[in-house]
Each structure stands twice: as structure tokens, then as C-alpha cells.
Design a binder for this molecule. Structure first.
Ligand code: V47
Length: 369
């Protein structure tokens, strides 16, 4: 990671539990599980934000990244029945869909720098259909980086098609895959998995697939689905496991806290508050000292909170997206896509410098404010 110089703020703490955290952050020392918990529990939001912004500025200065991208969800038909998900449908359900290649290609444009592909675990599609989506896009738009398939999908392909994970990832890479999105991690807690997504990959399996991807030269992201039945301890534990995985097999590009959208699944009475979003983003910046970027995913937390989060440790806004179906199936209030100039506005409102990037964080354009 690059190091940008930065002024050290003079923080006036109202919560003494944060003082030892600040000592460590300034000294470049790793913060502990207990420190992470203090950050998630604090009501001293201003001090937490100042610490996280300092950690972010030390890495990236005033720069905040975004990508001109498109999300494609090729099908919502899924063999799983995760209780937090409004997106998945069974075959024959009203609203179930499967995209053909023409439709997928019709959503892309050569000026885009990333296509983000994630979908349901379809019961009948052969492996070649998933591989063909990657190859077809790569052949038609060789300059667009393909970020495709979560570890949950890779795990499904291995089981369904009796292939090793090396073979699945190797064939996808040959077809044109450059990186993997961070979905499917949910919360690395056996308790939460039993209750919400018993059919999906375990934490160990998710981490194993990402470690292997990194070893094969495929960069990836990691997510945390928060704001439902998980405890604060489980959130911090999740971050600790990711930090360990990055130490062992480096390759994560970004961590994305995904705020649970209540939609029709109603695991809790109401969505997490903006304060909860900011605490989670700031804590992840401080805990994940070895992962380059923390994303403020405007689709789930909304544009206003995402803009504020750029002063709470986030260094990336994801992208213009064009169309999004997972959060919007759960009635996310955000628009389905944002124009470039709206992204620039969110970044300038936060007083930061906008940098358009590609999927691997190569800088495409630095905007003057
Ligand atoms: O894994 C499903 C989540 C994820 C809901 O890597 C829900 O750059 C909230 O992974 N409320 C897919 N979340 C999306 C994803 C992602 C998004 C943005 C950027 C990146 C990246 C990855 O969506 C799933 C699941 O955890 N999800 N239902 C819901 N009701």
C-alpha cells in the first residue's frame, strides 16, 4: 500500500476506551479484538471518525476512488433459501428471470472500466454458461475488467460440477476473469450461518477460496452483512478473520460492509441507523490495517451517509453501477444507478478529491475540485 503524509488531528476524547486505540493507530500498531469492540460500542462518534479518517488519509491522502461500472445479475433463480435475501426466486416464481448473452452485452459500453457479475445458484445451468458469460464479455469488450462470481458461487460450481476450486478459478481466469467480488461472506459465525444461511459456504470455505484465488493472481474483495441478528463481537471477529487471511495470502482490494436491507425478510424491525453504518465503516478501517480500501456502498447506506462516510475511513464509493437488483429487491431507497457527475458531487461534498479508477484501482482520471 502507498503511504500519503497527513496531519495528525488533536482529538479530544469523550470516551476513554478510545484513547489506547488512538495510541496504537498513531504508532502504526495493530488494534486488538477488544479495541475493535470499543470502537463499535462507542458513542464518541466524532473521535472514532477522526481516527479512521487519519488512518485512511495515511494510506490515500484526500483521494477517494470510484469506478464507471455496471452490475449484472444474470439470473435470480437460486437453489439456496437464505433468510435475509429478497433477490432469490425459485424457477417458475413470478419475477424469476434468466438473462441471455445478448441482453448482458447490451448493458455494457466500451467506456466502462468494470463489470461486476453476481447472481443466483441456478439449478440447471451448465458450468459452460457461467464461463461463457465471462468469455463472451471479454471477447466483446476486452478493455472492461471482469469482476465475477462470489466465493459462494465458486463453491457451488465445485460441488455441482464436481470440479476442484483450482479448475473452476483457472477456467474462469482463462475466460477473462480479473477479480472476484466480496459477497457470500455474510457473517463468519457458525451461529448466524445456522440461523440464516445453512446451505451456503462456511467461513472456512469462503476464506479458503479467496486465499486460493489470491495465490492464483486473482484479486478479490470481502464483505460483511451487518445490521440483522449478528452481535458486535461477531462483527469484530469477522474482521479479525479477514485480517488474518490477508496476512497469510495477500490479495484483498477492498472491504465492503453491507447494511442489511429489511425488505420483506424482516429479520429485524428496522434498518441500521446512519450512526451504526459510520461506526462499522470506521471500525473496519481501523481493524483492517492490511486491506487497502474500505467501501461506502451508497446502494445500501444511501448517498448522504456514503458521502459522510468518506470522512469516516472510507476511500471508495464503488461505482455508477447502472442497475442493481439485490438491494433493490429488498426495496433499498437509493437510485438504481448514479451518473458520474453525481458520484463526483458526493465526493466533493465530503471535501475529498475524486479519482476515477479501474477494477484494480489503477487511476484513470484525477478530478480537480
Ligand atoms: O452476498 C443479499 C448481500 C451480497 C441482502 O465486491 C444483502 O465490490 C443487504 O457482495 N440486504 C451481494 N445485503 C452483493 C455484494 C457486493 C456489493 C457491492 C460491492 C461488492 C464488491 C460486492 O448482497 C450477498 C449478500 O451478502 N445481500 N440480500 C439484503 N437484504
Amino acid at each position: 500500500m502507498t503511504t500519503a503524509t497527513t496531519d495528525t488531528p488533536n482529538i479530544r476524547f469523550r470516551d476513554p476506551a478510545l484513547e489506547p486505540v488512538w495510541e496504537k493507530v498513531q504508532g502504526g500498531e495493530r488494534i486488538s479484538f477488544e479495541d475493535g469492540l470499543s470502537c463499535l460500542q462507542t458513542s464518541d462518534l466524532v473521535a472514532l471518525g477522526q481516527m479512521a479518517d487519519y488512518a485512511k488519509r495515511r494510506l490515500w491522502g484526500e483521494k477517494v476512488y470510484f469506478v464507471f461500472n455496471r452490475q449484472i445479475n444474470p439470473t435470480n433463480i437460486c437453489v439456496l433459501s437464505c433468510t435475509f435475501c429478497d433477490f432469490a426466486k425459485k424457477k417458475g416464481d413470478a419475477g424469476a428471470y434468466e438473462m441471455e448473452m445478448d441482453e448482458i452485452l447490451g448493458k455494457l459500453h466500451p467506456d466502462m472500466h468494470e463489470v461486476h457479475i453476481v447472481g443466483g445458484h441456478h439449478p440447471d445451468w451448465p458450468f459452460e454458461r457461467y464461463e461463457g458469460i465471462v468469455r463472451g464479455i471479454h471477447e466483446a469488450f476486452p478493455s472492461i475488467h471482469i469482476k465475477a462470481w462470489t466465493a459462494a458461487e465458486i463453491d457451488y460450481f465445485c460441488k455441482r460440477f464436481r470440479m476442484s476450486e483450482e479448475e473452476v478459478l483457472g477456467r474462469m481466469k482463462d475466460a477473462g476473469l480479473v477479480s472476484m467480488p466480496g459477497g457470500g461472506a455474510e457473517v463468519f459465525s457458525p451461529r448466524v450461518r445456522r440461523e440464516l444461511f445453512p446451505g451456503k459456504n462456511t467461513a472456512e470455505r469462503w476464506l479458503e477460496i479467496h486465499r486460493l484465488a489470491h495465490a492464483m493472481g486473482i484479486r478479490s474483495n470481502a464483505t460483511l452483512l451487518y445490521g440483522h441478528i449478528e452481535t458486535l463481537e461477531e462483527r469484530v471477529h469477522h474482521m479479525e478473520l479477514l485480517r488474518e487471511a490477508e496476512d497469510e495470502a495477500p490479495g484483498f482490494l477492498a472491504f465492503i460492509p453491507l447494511e442489511y436491507q429489511v425488505g420483506d425478510t424482516h429479520l429485524v424491525a428496522r434498518q441500521a441507523s446512519a450512526v451504526e453504518d459510520l461506526r462499522t465503516i470506521a471500525t473496519s478501517r481501523l481493524m483492517l490495517d492490511n486491506i487497502p480500501h474500505i467501501k461506502a456502498y451508497w446502494v445500501m447506506i444511501g448517498e448522504a451517509t456514503a458521502s459522510i462516510a468518506l470522512n469516516f475511513g472510507a476511500s471508495d464509493l464503488d461505482g455508477t453501477i447502472g442497475e442493481e437488483r439485490i438491494a433493490h429487491a429488498a426495496r433499498a431507497a437509493s437510485p438504481v444507478g448514479l451518473a458520474r457527475n453525481r458520484m463526483l458531487r458526493l465526493i466533493s461534498d465530503a471535501g475529498k478529491t475524486a479519482v476515477e479508477r479501474d477494477a484494480l484501482y489503477n487511476e484513470v482520471h484525477v478530478y480537480d475540485n
